[in-house]
Design a protein around this ligand. Structure first.
Ligand code: GLN
Length: 388
């Protein structure tokens, strides 16, 4: 038979999602895929049920129900300092995942380069390939995941179309400071590039960190696409409701891609999203407080087991240097260690190579997520004690 597409030959299946399937098959603890295993807020569930009962069950406005775009604009102004017109600047998508690929498709031409900080969230690799961009990687270095300013500046050239920024960052837990974002912004202005920011962990911050949105920096709104979603903030990763905020000029293109890719995100869940975005401040405080306790708890467990890492400043992952544990268990590399961790203690992780263009760069690392309730975290601690 004739060949299938060359593009889909160039990337592998998601290791993160594969780890979930393996974990489910053996009944392990899933510290691999970053989704909460506790309930989402009750009022958000009720709002979804009410929307279905109220017959909000047909196609939505393709680029988002008006009530939701309005709520997103209010939230973006209040929390992110981003001014947007719900009529022209917001596209509601099937999760941040669709927002990212639709945004890249909206701006990339053949020959364009995108800059990605590495390690990076697994999806950005295939996103680049599917949109036709050539990626250039800028390293975030241990222990505190800083980048080198010279390396960053050297990554820009006349072919650079965009830089992808994920802050708070998956998998490192880095939170980009205002000064770092200003440095990126000035390079983007110098080289006339766009910024695509994935801010899905914007409410999950520790130790007094503050979230800074690139689009709120002077002169950056017109060249920044700001992506977020309900998934992580409201613990509804299966709902697939996200959004992209950008100038009217860019949004027009994103909406075209989005319309033909998916038509729209689920209508009743968009209406429930309005309720979610209206939750009181106390909700966000208690979410971050739970994750801080979970971070400190799992951090203690991993340190005792022999993993090295800096505690994350945001998001809910710990990317560990696993050399000591690998030696102890006789693991050849990160993938072998991930397999051994499931087999010996029933804990699923993500091999570090999933976050690097060159798998060898992550061969000594594994990622743990801690976005779980105490019914999972406590038994994980007991199981991991078996590694000592
Ligand atoms: N962001 C999550 C992670 O990195 C998973 C996202 C997904 O699988 N769609 O684990």
């Amino acid at each position: 038979m004739k060949d299938l597409s060359l593009v889909t030959e160039k990337f592998t299946e998601s290791v993160i999602r594969e780890m979930t399937r393996i974990c489910d098959a053996v009944g392990g603890y899933n510290l691999a895929q970053g989704f909460p295993d506790f309930a989402c807020p009750r009022e958000v569930k009720e709002a979804a049920l009410a929307a279905i009962r109220d017959d909000k069950n047909q196609y939505p406005v393709t680029f988002g129900e008006p009530e939701l775009r309005h709520a997103i604009a209010l939230k973006a102004l209040r929390y992110n300092g981003i001014k947007s017109d719900p009529a022209t600047d917001i596209t509601v998508t099937c999760g941040a995942t669709e927002a990212m690929i639709a945004s890249l498709r909206a701006i990339i031409n053949p020959g364009d380069e995108i800059i990605v900080f590495e390690p990076f969230y697994e999806n950005y690799g295939p996103d680049g390939i599917l949109s036709g961009a050539t990626p250039r990687y800028v390293k975030l270095a241990r222990p505190d995941w800083r980048y080198c300013s010279d390396e960053l500046a050297a990554a820009f050239n006349e072919r650079t179309k965009a830089i992808v920024i994920n802050t708070p960052n998956n998998p490192t837990g880095k939170v980009f400071s205002r000064a770092e974002l200003e440095e990126v912004a000035s390079l983007c202005q110098k080289w006339d590039c766009y910024v695509v920011t994935d801010e899905i962990y914007e409410h999950i911050l520790y130790d007094g960190e503050r979230h800074v949105s690139m689009a709120s920096l002077p002169g950056m709104a017109e060249r920044t696409i700001t992506i977020s979603s309900l998934s992580k903030t409201y613990s509804v990763t299966g709902w697939r409701v996200g959004w992209a905020i950008a100038s009217e000029r860019i949004t027009r293109r994103i909406r075209k891609v989005h319309d033909f890719l998916t038509v729209g995100a689920p209508t009743p869940l968009q209406h429930a999203a309005v309720t979610a975005l209206g939750l009181p401040e106390a909700y966000y405080v208690s979410l971050a407080a739970h994750y801080r306790e979970a971070r400190d708890f799992i951090g203690g467990v991993l340190a005792a087991a022999g993993f090295s890492f800096a505690l994350p400043r945001g998001a809910y992952y710990i990317l560990t240097d696993a050399a000591v544990v690998m030696r102890r268990l006789g693991a050849r590399d990160d993938t072998d260690l991930a397999r051994k961790l499931i087999e010996t203690v029933g804990v699923a992780t993500v091999p570090g190579s999933s976050f690097y263009a060159d798998p060898g760069d992550g061969a000594g690392q594994v990622r743990f997520c801690f976005c779980k309730g105490w019914e999972t975290l406590r038994p994980v601690a007991a199981a991991m004690a078996g590694l000592r």
